[in-house]
Design a protein around this ligand. Structure first.
Ligand SMILES: NC(=O)c1ccc[n+]([C@@H]2O[C@H](COP(=O)([O-])OP(=O)(O)OC[C@H]3O[C@@H](n4cnc5c(N)ncnc54)[C@H](OP(=O)(O)O)[C@@H]3O)[C@@H](O)[C@H]2O)c1
Length: 182
């Protein structure tokens, strides 16, 4: 797959490396932007407050399948129910939210785990298969929480719990399983 990653920091740069290792062609873009035309999927990995600025500098986004990896640690723009909805209002394609509850600092240790770590994601139907594949190709087990409504906001609102846990454990993995699976 051709993947344009908007953001080349810990998340964007880290995911691009994982996907390149899995055989994809990943192009990370920094704050100067670039062109996403011809990509199979666009991944957004910039700070929540920088979404509009970052996407304004990228051409070729219109209607692309999108995966939003962003979080927000300040007041949200209440025009949108979630950051994913804000991103969808700009790009306009089928949208998923994923990687927002997984630590970039642990990307290089995913493959060493005894069990495959989970990755919670929400997705509109036409973005679900691509999101699921890229979650697997990054090394995680995808756990679907439902459509973007209300899944994206549920994932964003879980960042307080994540921060409480990281204060206790440092960067961590998690695994969801039905009874008998763990
Ligand atoms: N770090 C994590 O473990 C983690 C986990 C889950 C979700 N997230 C979320 O993922 C997103 C990215 O986090 P990160 O840790 O990767 O951040 P980061 O390492 O600071 O990287 C941020 C990236 O966004 C770009 N950027 C920053 N300000 C921008 C602006 N005003 N306009 C355009 N681009 C801008 C930067 O461009 P330059 O390269 O040009 O500086 C950089 O490539 C955030 O929403 C964060 O909350 C982070």
């Amino acid at each position: 797959m051709k993947i344009t990653v908007v953001g080349r920091g810990r998340v964007g740069g880290g995911l691009a490396r994982l996907w390149e290792n899995a055989g994809h062609e990943a192009t990370p873009l920094g704050r100067d932007g670039g062109d996403a035309a011809g990509a199979d999927v666009v991944v957004v990995a910039v700070p929540g407050p920088a979404i509009a600025d970052a996407l304004a500098k990228v051409s070729g986004l219109d209607g692309q399948v999108t995966i939003d990896a962003t979080n927000l640690y300040q007041e949200r723009d209440t025009t949108f129910p979630s950051l994913s909805h804000q991103i969808k209002s700009i790009i306009g394609g089928p949208t998923a939210k994923s990687f927002s509850t997984n630590f970039a600092a642990a990307y290089d240790r995913i493959a060493q785990q005894r069990v495959t770590p989970s990755n919670l994601f929400a997705a509109e139907p036409d973005a679900k298969d691509i999101a699921e594949q890229l979650i697997r190709d990054a090394g995680y087990d995808p756990v679907y929480v439902g459509d973007l409504d209300p899944g994206a906001r549920l994932l964003e609102d879980s960042s307080g719990l994540t921060r409480a846990l990281v204060a206790q454990y440092g960067p961590f993995f998690y695994r969801y399983g039905r009874p008998g699976e763990l």
